[in-house]
Every structure is written in structure tokens, then in C-alpha cells.
Design a protein around this ligand. Sequence first.
Ligand SMILES: [Zn+2]
Length: 686
Amino acid sequence: MEHHETHETRETDETHEKKFFFRVFRANVSWLSWLAVAAAALSVAVLSQAPPLPNVLLITIDTVRADRIGAYGYAKAATPVMDRLAREGVRFADATTQAPLTGPAHAALLTGLYPARLGVRDNATTPVPDSATTAAELFKARGYRTGGFVGAFILTAPYGFAQGFDTFDADFPGFSDGIKLQVQRRGDAVVDAAVKWLEAGSTQPFFGWVHLYDAHAPYDAPAPFAARFKSSPYDGEVAFIDACIGRLVAALEQSGRLDRTLIAVVADHGESLGEHGEAEHGMFLYESVLHIPWIMRLPGRARAGTIVSGQVRTIDVLPTLAAIAGLPMPRVDGESVAGLIEGKTRRDAPASFAETYYPKWHYGWSELKSVRDDRWKFIDAPKQELYDLRADPAERRNMAADRSTLAAGMGGELGKIDAGFGAAASTEAPKPDADTLARLRSLGYVGMTASSTAGRRGPDPKDMIASAETFRIGISRAMDALANDRPATAIEQLKRLLAIDERSYEVHLFLGDAYTATRQFDNALAEYAAARLMNPRSAAPLLSSARAYLAQGDTARALQQAELAAGIEPGSGDIGIVRGQIHERAGRTAEAIADYSAAVRANGSDPQARARLASLAMRTRQFDIARLQFETLLRMGYRPSRMHFGLAQIAEASGDPQRAILEYREAIRLEPSFADAKTALTRLGG
Ligand SMILES: [Zn+2]
């Protein structure tokens, strides 16, 4: 009996290996015959009863695990809207993503191409290239009205995600004195903008993309979800997202367009929630992050209740939407799975490749790559892994040694896919500027170490994850302490991290900032020098040194450091601001105005540069320059009472007391305790 079972397993295994090699061959063939495949997809009769050119609404839900949604069997879920969409539509039970990071995964979702082929292998660095045809471009070319609404800066225009959208809405709040970083917004704000756009609709068909970022850490859903999910805050975020999707569905329902719309809800990646030692995502390629929900409600409720069990991929999403809408697709890595919805079966699912360069580029450890089919997953790591996903969905038993032939075969296939990505697939760490780094850090993406392991593989992330988590939590605590004026606590915390990894660029940089905050400038400068040694390509340590010298009143040394920083990042707005401060301090007003103006040109959405320019222009009575900045900042929502006060002062100085009175009144209305404005108003007799 035992012997018989073993024999059977072996046979299955061999068959499986044969199937695998067959698939490698087939992948090449289907690539060449793509046009034929596309033509076949167009004839798919999924929508035979629906009118031509249905509306398409793609909702991407960031960081949502499939197994936390009711339709996927989670008993504690509060996801009635997604459950309804699955009931009235199609649910893909085994959908898998190409990358555990927002930028690369969305690049795949919106182009049908592997992220590596686009060169998009990390967040907020290399943009989706103009040469790629995005979903919005595809639909726009067929006369669709297109609108994109995103919840995180990682998916904005500088990173190529606005391509093809008539309307692209990425209006992040967060202007206050301390908060300069505009990085994300809540789902209700995203949906407000999207609903407004939907309601302004014409008879033209639309393609809408709505991105909901809320399930990303920290898990702090708004009321009433926070209270309802006190013991499982992540579920609270998923429930909140579901409610946001509900508002979009309701908007379509109320305008009678629900049954003329194809709604697709798909996650970019999941969240580890402690599995395999990882709290969030990015470091590993386990199912906790690769297995994603993908639910579609087809026009006219076609194929309601269908569950597709075969493996489908994020690169298949766009070809599938295009096929159902009846649009021709350029050739891409993914393929339409509309046939599976109709009940057609495939001999075997095409392999799904996934990768993460996050451990390499942020920690100097090895990158990971994986290839997956309906049953097996192979992970190419310094210590290779092979999992039988059917028998071991939690990926606890590494079969790489027991099934070495299968592991080698899958490794070979992985190598073939990986070798075919072309010139864009650079393995050089991209070099985000200081401002982008700060934004990424504020979302919890820390790291960015020296590229000391370039060309080498570096340690296996699974051997390093425990220290990585300690490191990440430590950094975030230190950042909290710094932001809340507790620099001594930050110093203590950061020194502890240095004991774990004294080569961390980031720890040295933050420790420098903490010393600067306590005015221990010599210590600060030493830490910045250490950070520079760890990462000579970064301008941030030089810029911080410039700030430290400036704080001591040494404008000559400060300027020297700022010029060195400018040599690394010539177009940086932050460097422009610091140079302007140095010149201002040294009494060189014209130079300071020029530097602040350059900073405004470099990053028009940064209120700091505009506020400094306006303030210096006021002091030097250059009212035209100041007025333009006050008006722009007012439109940006930056400290409105203070902007009205500035406009009032300009009006008063230009001999227009009536206008000044109106502006002072507005300032006081917005900030009733604004003493200077009250004094001025009294002076004018208003
Ligand atoms: Zn994401």
C-alpha cells in the first residue's frame, strides 16, 4: 500500500515535469502566434447579450489578501460588496501577482507586461516607459473617456501611471507645518473624486481606474471600522475598502449603468501579517503576498457565480478586460482568460513569474525570483525552495531536495523567462532622490543601503528577516521620536540599531538628524560622513551636513556641502531650498530668491519652497513674486489664513485698504485667534 502510493506520486511527478517542459515550448509558440490568439479572444462570446463597448471600471485594492475576503472563504470578513460582485460575477480562486510591491505590480496590471520588461522593479523609481501601451491608452484610442484616481504617490504621473488618462486625480493632502510629504490619501477621498467624475459622465463609454491604498500599513481604518475591528485592524481596513467600493457600485447603479459596466476588483499583492517572519510585504515571494483576489462583475451579470479555479496572473488582467470589451490588444506577456470564464479549459496554465529586488536594493541581500503553476512553486533564492501548493498551501515544507529534478526543471524555466526580458530589465539599483526616499520611508519602505553586494547575490532574505523586522520597527520608532521632538529617544533607539548593522546608511543618516536636533553638531557631522561612506551616490548626507553647518551659522562650509550635493542631484528642489536658506542667512538676497525660485520650478507641489520664496519676497518688498506664491499656495490648500494675511499685507502696502480689509477678515474668519490679523484690521478701521 505504502509502496503503491509512493509509486503513484513519482508517476505524477514525472508527468508533471514533462508538462512543464512542454509548457516552456508552448510559451514560445504562443508568443509568436499572439495575433492569432488575440483574434480568437475577440470571438469569445462571454458578452453576447451585452451592447458593444461596455464601460470598464478597474478597482485595484492595495495590499489585500484574498483569504481576508468573504467570497474567498473568510468567515470573519465584512466584505458584502465584494462578496456580491463575486456572486453576480466571476471569482478567480487562484490569481497570482508578478511582484509584491505596489509600483511593479500595478505596472503589470496596467500593461499586461512583466514589470522587468518595463524596467519597473521597485517603487517610485524607474517609470512605466512611454513606449508601453497602458490600459488607459488602449481604451482611449477606442473613444473611451478615461479617468484615474489613485491613493498613493507611488502611482502618480512621474512614475508613468497617468499615461492615457483624460482626468488623472492624485490630489494628496497633508500640508501643515511639520508635514511636507504628500504621500497618500484615504479611500473615501479617492472615491469622492471618482464618483464626481462618474457622475459627470456623458454617453461616451468610460474606462475608470480607482486605486484604494488603505490596507497598507499602518492599519488605522476610520470610524466605525476602527472600533468594530479593534482586535484585527487589518480586517477593518479591508472592510473600509469594501465600503468604498460600495459607493462606486452604488453610483453606477443609481445612474442605471451597472449592467453596462465591467467591474474588475483586483489586488496588487497581499500582506504577510507575520507569516514566514515578515510583517508586511516586499521581502518574500510566498503566497501570503502573491495570492491575490480578482473578482469581476460582467455587464448584464453575465456568467454570474462562476468560479475559475485555474491559475491566472496580474499580467492577464488587461488582456482579459480588452477581450471582454472587444478591443484588440498589442502583444504582451499576459493573455486573456475570458475563455476560462466561459468554462473552457486549458491543457495547462502558463507559468507565472514573480520577483522582488527589494531585499537586494534596500538591504544588500539577495533578490528573489519565483515561478509558479497550478500546483508547484519554485523560489530561486540562495537556498532554493520548492512547494507543493495543493498539499502545503502555507509553504511550510521545502521539497527542493526531495524533488530535485522538478526543482531543476522549474529553475530552468524561470531562467528562460528571466533571460527574455530585454534591455529594460536592469539589475542596477535605481537611485531615488532624497525627497522620494523620504516619501518612501514615510510609507514604511526603509533600507536603501550601499550597493556593496552589486554583482553578488548577498545573503538569503529568509536568514535575515528577523533582523530586518527589528530594523524596520526600530527605524519607524526612531522616526516617530524625531517627529515628536524626542531626539534623545531617537538617538538611543538608533544606537541600538547600529549594534545590529553598523553598515546601515539610513541609521547613520537618521542618527545625524537626531544629533542635529539636539545641537550635537560634531556627532551629527560624523554620522553624515559615515552615511556618505555607505552610500556615496546619495546627496542626502551632504545636504544634511549643509543644514548642520547652517544651524551653526557657518554659511561658507554649509554652501560647500550644498554644492557637493547639487553635483549629485542637480535638479533637486530640496537642495535649492537649503542653498536659498544659506544665501538668505548670508544676506545674499538675489541669490536666495533665485535658489528658491529654482526649487519651486523643480517641485511645484512642495509648499516649503513656495512659502520661503513668498516670505523672502515680502521682506524685500518684491510683491509680484510674493503675490503669485500666496495665490498658488492658497489653491494648494496650504495654511489659508496665513496666505490671506500675506495678500492683505500686499494690498495694504500697495495702497488698496479695501482689498486689505477683505483679506484680513478672511484670515480671521479662517483663524479666529489670529492676533496680527486682528491688530491690522483694527488699524485699518475695518
Ligand atoms: Zn501595493
